[in-house]
Design a protein. Sequence first.
Length: 94
Amino acid sequence: MSFASGVAIYFIIWWLVLFVTLPFGIRSQHEGEDMAMGTDRGAPISAGIGRKAIATTVISLLIFATFYYAREILEIGLDDIPFFIFRVPVSNSN
């Protein structure tokens, strides 16, 4: 895997993990006591983007390290994964 491919894969993993971690720990203004005038009741009080960015980076690093280990060290590719769904049996009859 080239360096550019590794960066691209890490970037995709990072964004996917970010979207997964965004909803955790959010309290809306409706749940809290502070309501800012002119905002929606469902708007978050504090999003905590810094903590989520750090958590996303760590989780993405672990996922990417696992992927890199499987792909480069163990040399597992897509051809090595058996496809059980829609598998057509092979007949040896002539």
